[in-house]
Design a protein around this ligand. Structure first.
Ligand code: SAM
Length: 331
C-alpha cells in the first residue's frame, strides 16, 4: 500500500452492505427498537424481553451501533433519534415493517449480474404481473414512507382550506394518500384505482381513520381503466412512474390530464434523479431494484418528468424535495 492509498475500510463496509440489511431487519423482526424505546438497555434485558439469545441480542446491538442506529453510554444502549422516529413499532411513520420486508427481498439481488447482462428481470418480472401478491406485503410496508409525502402534498396544494374536492389516486396501494387528504379536508372525496385485494387493504385503513364514507375504490389495471373526463381536482400517481417505461408514463399522464378539471393538479411522487445522474444517492441506487423487478421501469430524471408532463398537456411543472422522494406537481 502506498502512502496516499486510502484504507480499505470504506470499500469493505460497502461490499458487506448486506450486513446492515440483515442486522436492521432482524432487529426489527424482534422489535428491538421498541424494547429499547421502552427502557431495555442491555443485551440481557433485550434478550429477556424479545425472547432471543443474549449472544444474539449483543450481536444485533453491536451491529446497530456500527450502523449508527443505536448508541451506547456507560454500558447502556439506547435508540438514536432516527431509530426512535422511524423504527419503533406501531407509529404511522414506522419503517420497521419495511426493514423486515427488505431482508426477505435480499436474496433477489444475487441475480443482478445476470439481470444486468439481460437488461431486465431474468426470473418473473414483478411489476407487470396483474394482481401480483407482491403488492400486498409491499403497500403495507410502504405506507409509512407515504405518510410524510402525502402530508406534504396536502400542504403544498392547501387541501385543508380548498372546500369540496375530488381526488383520484392511481395505484393508491394502502390508501395512505386518500386517508391524509380526506382527514385534512372533511368536504373532500377520493377514488382509488388498484387491484381488488389492495383496495381491500385501503378500505380497512380508511375505515380505521373514520373517513371510509368518502372513499370509493375501482378494481382493475390502471392501463386500461377509464379515468373519466374533467372530474377531479387532484390526481395522484405515487411510486408508480418508476415501474413504467417512458411511453407508458406519457400515456397515463395524458389520460390524467383529461380526467382533471381545468386548473386541477397532478401529484407524482417518486425517486427522481438529477438530470446529469450525479445524485441523489437513494434514487440512483433504486434503479437496480427496478432493473430486477420490471421490464421497462427505472429511476427517471427531472427533465424526463418535465418533458413527459408537457407532452401530456400540462403547462406548469414544479419539483418539491421530500427526501428520498420528490413530489412533482403539474397543472
Ligand atoms: C409501489 S406501490 C405504491 C402505493 C401508493 N401509491 C404509495 O405511494 O404508497 C404500487 C401500487 O400500484 C399498484 N399497481 C401496480 N401496477 C398496477 C396496475 N397495472 N394496475 C393497477 N394497480 C397497479 C400496486 O398494486 C400497488 O398498490
Amino acid at each position: 500500500m502506498t502512502d496516499n492509498q486510502p484504507a480499505p475500510d470504506g470499500v469493505l463496509r460497502l461490499i458487506n452492505g448486506y450486513w446492515a440489511t440483515g442486522v436492521i431487519g432482524a432487529a426489527a423482526g424482534h422489535s428491538l427498537f421498541t424494547h429499547l424505546e421502552n427502557g431495555a438497555g442491555t443485551a440481557t434485558e433485550l434478550a429477556d424481553r424479545a425472547g432471543i439469545a443474549e449472544r444474539g441480542a449483543q450481536t444485533l446491538l453491536d451491529g446497530l451501533v456500527s450502523v449508527g442506529l443505536v448508541e451506547v453510554h456507560g454500558g447502556r444502549y439506547r435508540n438514536t433519534p432516527e431509530a426512535s422516529a422511524y423504527l419503533v413499532d406501531g407509529t404511522p411513520t414506522s419503517l420497521s415493517g419495511f426493514a423486515k420486508l427488505k431482508l426477505k427481498h435480499m436474496s433477489g439481488l444475487t441475480a443482478l449480474p445476470e439481470v444486468v447482462r439481460a437488461g431486465g428481470p431474468v426470473h418473473d418480472a414483478v411489476t407487470e404481473v396483474a394482481d401480483n401478491p407482491h403488492w400486498e406485503e409491499l403497500v403495507t410496508a410502504l405506507a409509512a414512507q407515504s405518510v410524510p409525502t402525502a402530508t406534504m402534498a396536502a400542504e403544498v396544494l392547501e387541501v385543508a382550506s380548498a372546500g369540496p374536492l375530488s381526488v383520484l389516486d392511481v395505484g393508491g396501494g394502502s390508501g395512505v394518500y386518500s386517508s391524509v387528504l380526506l382527514e385534512a379536508n372533511p368536504a373532500a372525496r377520493s377514488t382509488q384505482i388498484d387491484w381488488e385485494r389492495i383496495n381491500g387493504i385501503a378500505r380497512r385503513l380508511l375505515a380505521e381513520r373514520g373517513v371510509a364514507d368518502r372513499f370509493t375504490t375501482v378494481a382493475g389495471d390502471f392501463h386500461t381503466t377509464d379515468f373519466g373526463t374533467g372530474e377531479y381536482d387532484i390526481a395522484l400517481y405515487s411510486h408508480i412512474a418508476h415501474q413504467e417505461g417512458p411511453e407508458d408514463n406519457v400515456e397515463v399522464f395524458a389520460r390524467l390530464r383529461g380526467a382533471l378539471k381545468p386548473g386541477g393538479a397532478l401529484v407524482v411522487c417518486d425517486y427522481v434523479v438529477d438530470d446529469d445522474r450525479s445524485g441523489p444517492a437513494f434514487p440512483l441506487m433504486f434503479a437496480a431494484e427496478m432493473l430486477v423487478k420490471s421490464n421497462r421501469g427505472g429511476t427517471w430524471r427531472r427533465s424526463d418528468y418535465r418533458d413527459w408532463l408537457l407532452k401530456a398537456g400540462f403547462r406548469d411543472v414544479s419539483f418539491h424535495a421530500a427526501p428520498p422522494a420528490t413530489l412533482v406537481i403539474a397543472r
